[in-house]
Design a protein around this ligand. Structure first.
Ligand code: AMP
Length: 283
């Protein structure tokens, strides 16, 4: 493993002209979901860079930023299984030498779901991803489908700013009971951890009902609000959307590529998850 903490050190990890560099941006507090991205990147590239940087610009809530887990020593221990990995840990002074003034506008994509409930979040994500792409200069970048809306924002950023980067979206890694791995899970109490399983259970049940057919949209929405009303979790949103545009689905009609997206609070801890499904036309 090689550590890089400032841009001048990139010269020490050169790439030959025909080689490819894969990039896995993270905010640390690493778990199997992050490690799966790194493994995939290592399969597909000659060199892999994993960044660990808690990006202040993407936190709309200062308390959330303050409480975000920072466990670099543990992270590095986990990364020891990847002998050739380059770990990039940029510092705030280099990432934000002055308050950024550039603003992104992703239109409808950032007005729904995470964008609606976390104003400014995707502006901060786009800012840090653009900066990291410039610094790391990857050929491929690996993101988790767990943050579906983020993957669409990054795709738009790559296309609009012509970054020569291929976006690789990897499946969500889950605990055995279905809970999506997240750095925030480590803040859950034992009770909250048990309650949180309602999130994937609900998403998988709605997917099952949609695929089985005969369940109108209002009934599905009502099912979800009832599930959460009876629990200790507080539902922030549940949306059945088109997977590419995130526009709400008006009718369950095949063919369609859909996503079921949800955010909920366990106490102060905000968790998000989604599952995807495809409605195929019968032949
Ligand atoms: P984060 O450190 O939370 O910013 O996440 C860094 C990357 O890991 C993002 O691309 C996330 O979508 C991805 N990621 C987070 N959790 C998971 C998971 N459970 N499965 C797959 N990817 C994940």
């Amino acid at each position: 493993m090689q550590m890089i903490s400032q841009s001048s050190e990139w010269a020490s990890v050169p790439l030959l002209p025909h080689q490819h560099r894969g990039f896995v941006p993270t905010m640390g507090a690493l778990h199997e979901g992050h490690l799966a991205l790194i493994r995939k990147a290592q399969e597909q590239n000659d060199q892999v860079v994993c960044s660990i940087y808690v990006n202040p610009a993407q936190f709309n809530n200062p308390e959330d930023l303050a409480r975000y887990p920072r466990v670099l020593a543990q992270d590095l221990e986990q990364l020891a299984e990847f002998p050739n990995l380059i770990v990039f840990t940029p510092r705030d002074e280099e990432m934000y030498p002055a308050p950024p003034r550039v603003r992104f506008d992703f239109g409808k994509l950032e007005q729904v779901m995470e964008g609606q409930y976390r104003p400014g979040h995707f502006n901060g994500v786009a800012l840090v991803v653009a900066k990291l792409f410039h610094l790391v200069q990857p050929h491929r970048a690996y993101f988790g489908r767990k943050d579906l809306q983020q993957t669409l924002i990054v795709k738009q950023l790559i296309d609009d700013l012509a970054f020569p980067v291929e976006l690789v979206v990897c499946p969500t890694v889950r605990e055995e009971d279905g809970l999506a791995l997240s750095s925030r899970n480590r803040r859950l109490s034992t009770e909250q951890r048990q309650q949180a399983v309602l999130i994937p259970q609900t998403l998988f049940e709605v997917r099952r009902r949609i695929l089985a057919g005969g369940h109108p949209l209002p009934e599905l929405y009502q099912f979800v609000s009832e599930q959460f009303a009876q629990s200790e979790l507080r539902l922030e949103y549940f949306q059945i959307v088109h997977r590419q545009t995130l526009e709400p689905v008006a009718h369950l009609e095949a063919p369609a590529a859909l996503a079921l997206c949800l955010a909920a609070y366990a106490g102060e801890i905000r968790l998000i998850d989604n599952v995807v499904l495809t409605l195929k036309k019968e032949v």
